[in-house]
Design a protein around this ligand. Sequence first.
Ligand code: PLZ
Length: 449
Amino acid sequence: MDMMDIPQERKLITEVPGPKSRALFERRAAAIPLGVANLHPIVTARASGAIVEDVDGNRLIDLATGISVLNVGHTPPEVVAAAQRQLELDTHTCFHVTANEPYIELAERLNALVPIDGPVKTMFANSGAEAVENAVKIARKATGRSAVVAFDHAFHGRTLMGMSLTAKVMPYKQGMGPFAPEVYRLPFAYAYRWPGGPERCAEEALAYAVDEMHKHIGEDNIACVVLEPIQGEGGFIVPAPGFVEGIAEFCATNGIVFVADEIQSGMGRAGRWFAIEAEDVHPDIVTSAKSLGGGLPISAISGRADLMDAVHVGGLGGTYGGNPVAAAAALAVLDLIERDALLDRANVVGDTIMARLRALEERHPQIGEVRGRGAMCAMELVEDPDTKEPLVADTMNRIAGGALEGGVIVLTAGTYGNVIRLLPPLTIEELLLADGLDVLEEAVDAALG
Ligand code: PLZ
């Protein structure tokens, strides 16, 4: 066992949050702006595998993984060692000044992995938002067009273009406009809430989108469509079958760049390297981030070589993009996903979670829908299954807060904040996952009565 390994067991030695977390949160309140939110009032001391140990010594089961960043688990020794090795060799020269091998090798690895047809090239940035920004820049330069299409319930980041593409106004946009121009929003094929019912969702959403792109935007004006193959922040919305394919076909026919934002859904989370692989669709550009770096900040923009090379020399980049330490960590992450067959594990973990959520759904009519792919699973909660009115925030907080008090970290999501999403490490041990789900189940039972 590695020196820093933490036993993979839930263990509560104080109430949660404990006194040390509470004291640090007082300092935090004085030193850090209100706008930077915390979902849980916990301060981390260290983390390993699927366990987060807080400053009070409590060991919490992490079913949130820093919002989909630790698909390979916290601090796996291979990733830590790769980053440490690179730290001692070279931390930064800036790729624009002198290149480094991890950047080049990671580009080669991703070029071979992304489900894009033909030759592929990849560049790196630091965050998901920056990846989306670059995808739009490349699509605009390559097409000579300016319009960008995004969807209801989408999340693409907090920078100006990212925020403009993001759907939800509170908390992400309120009072922070004006937003980037030439962004158009279309309905997403959200079967559970589709007015005409789930059976008609894909067909109607697609017909509406195509008509809108033709009549109101003009296909010849559209540089790119940016789409999450499974929406993340929006509530783990799996698009109704056929919708994504139809959008991709419309893009291909009309010279529109199809961008799959895989920042949350990629790197094995949905049981495939990239969630879009379930759709029989070949995107033109794929954005990756989060679990790519296994905890270190790095994002990737992979695209058809002809598009990527449409930008003139010097038109892309940034000081830290593809930082060698983060790139070395990312290479170790890709190795781990391959070595430990984590795509298969994602499906096993997902089956376990789905079975438990479905059993809960039987007991509680307020669980309106259980959905997901691979280990990207969620339940949407409502006040009443007929009206589908979202469950009130207070009850949602009791579920997430109840789980935390029991030693399990879960996340909410959704435009209406009424979704519990589960993002455990793909490496989580079965017994630990079962224990975490027991605690969640108790919290749901207590909150829903
Ligand atoms: N695209 C699909 O999920 C980040 C946001 C957390 P950054 N999602 C977590 C928060 O409250 O800000 C995300 C995403 C998709 C883009 C992004 C943006 O990635 O690395 O946070 O910039």
